[in-house]
Ligand binder design. Structure first.
Ligand SMILES: [Zn+2]
Length: 368
């Protein structure tokens, strides 16, 4: 397999366009055409992770946290990040990062955490209200299938669990070509009428250019007529945090013990009555305290996340229980999911690819 094939597997799951605007995701170092036989998965790049990649002869490291996050003006060995970049390039190790796009994807970071905590019926806590586009194209009837297929293949027509969704209505188009035109129907400099179908499909905004270009490739008209509208339809394929339920209500103090045990959390910071019962539980891997209002709206008993500030604990106290289980601790369950997805895809390839999860704890925080 080559790197770009593994990237395709990751991006079919967590597309780059789903990342937050100021994020930096995708291939950060390396050539997409390079052959891969071993891949190392880690939450982030540290000197120990690079050493492990070298020892395992891995050609690619897949991380959650991007190595290159802010724009750099130089790559020099006296800078800690520069030193890592130089070592990776010198050893021809590629780096690919799936960050907020993986946070916002189904079966991403928060879903992995919810699963780890034994929650059921897992769904998004706050589905992303991404601004979708609606593409409307006017097509002669004989071509509607090929245009619909081309647009679907380019990413149009995704609504929740359904793909290739479209709507077609019938009407009459009119046009008059100039003497330089070469119309598909009728002659030049004469007003024509044509029976046309109005084909409409929803599309992620980031894919609009690709979809329009695919549509134009198969549309028979010299100048296809089309419109692109913005909508505010909530996008149910992506969202923040995950919401699930325990199979039966549990004492909060017992659930705290479960969190500590399954996440290998050295310490839990929390507010809430240990003798209360919890069942409906939203979680967010990494820094998710902004989801506190959503958790309250969901009538949940406890929000599990990380990087919680003192005043956020105050805001929760008395209304909802809140647990800070640590950033690394709430995110590391995703490594197994990434590894399984890649291994499954690699298993179908003719050449063997081995996927490893790093043995290094990249958590920089120690608990006394
Ligand atoms: Zn994180």
């Amino acid at each position: 397999m080559i790197i770009s094939q593994l990237i395709q597997v990751l991006e079919d799951w967590a597309p780059r366009w789903a990342a937050q605007k100021n994020d930096n995701v995708g291939l950060q170092i390396g050539s997409p055409q390079r052959r891969v036989t071993k891949v190392l998965i880690a939450l982030e790049i540290t000197p120990a992770v690079i050493d492990e990649a070298l020892a395992r002869k891995a050609e690619l490291i897949v991380t959650h946290h991007p190595l290159l996050f802010r724009p750099s003006s130089s790559v020099i060995s006296t800078d800690p990040i520069g030193k890592l970049i130089i070592k990776l390039i010198e050893n021809r190790i590629a780096v690919y990062s799936a960050h907020t796009n993986l946070d916002f994807s189904r079966d991403g970071v928060s879903f992995a955490l919810a699963n780890k905590l034994g929650l059921q019926h897992i769904r998004f806590l706050a589905p992303l209200k991404e601004t979708l586009a609606k593409i409307v194209v006017f097509v002669p009837e004989d071509y509607v299938e090929s245009v619909r297929n081309a647009m679907s293949d380019a990413g149009a027509g995704l609504i929740g669990e359904y793909s290739r969704c479209s709507f077609v209505s019938r009407g009459t188009g009119s046009f008059k070509g100039s003497k330089y035109a070469s119309p598909f129907i009728g002659g030049t400099e004469a007003e024509e009428r044509a029976e046309e179908l109005r084909l409409e499909m929803a599309a992620p905004r980031a894919s609009v250019d690709r979809i329009l270009s695919a549509m134009k490739d198969v549309h028979p008209y010299e100048e296809p007529a089309y419109d692109v509208y913005e909508t505010i339809t909530p996008q149910r394929n992506f969202g923040m945090g995950a919401l699930g339920e325990l199979s039966s209500p549990q004492l909060f103090k017992n659930f705290l013990k479960t969190i500590k045990h399954v996440l290998h959390a050295g310490v839990l910071r929390y507010v809430g009555d240990p003798k209360s019962r919890v069942q409906r539980i939203p979680v967010c891997g990494g820094a998710g305290s902004d989801l506190l209002p959503e958790a309250i709206r969901a009538q949940a008993e406890v929000l599990v996340t990380a990087d919680v500030r003192y005043h956020t604990f105050h805001a929760a106290a008395g209304t909802i229980s809140l647990v800070d289980a640590g950033h690394w601790e709430t995110e590391h369950s995703i490594l197994r999911i990434i590894a399984d997805r890649l291994q499954q895809a690699a298993g179908q390839a003719s050449t063997a690819v081995r996927i490893f999860i790093t043995e290094q704890s990249t958590n920089p925080i120690h608990n006394l």
